[in-house]
Write a protein that binds this ligand. Structure first.
Ligand SMILES: [Zn+2]
Length: 66
């Protein structure tokens, strides 16, 4: 899996909802917002992050297994 996403790109990208920085979840193929209040996850399709609020998954809705 050769994601082009690297630290340089991650410095450019910001969550469109809250403008926080984002982290790559390579297993889930998502970019996850670093804001605990936001916590949206954006899909990565064909190595292209889909930074659209209406494409985002709200990870806060996921039941916490802990
Ligand atoms: Zn956010």
């Amino acid at each position: 899996m050769a994601l082009f996403l690297d630290s340089t790109l991650l410095e450019i990208l910001a969550c469109p909802a809250c403008h926080s920085s984002v982290s790559v979840d390579r297993e889930a193929q998502e970019l996850v917002c670093n804001s605990a209040q936001c916590s949206r996850a954006y899909p990565i399709r064909d190595n292209i992050p889909i930074m659209l609020i209406d494409q985002a998954r709200d990870t806060r809705l996921r039941p916490n297994p802990a």
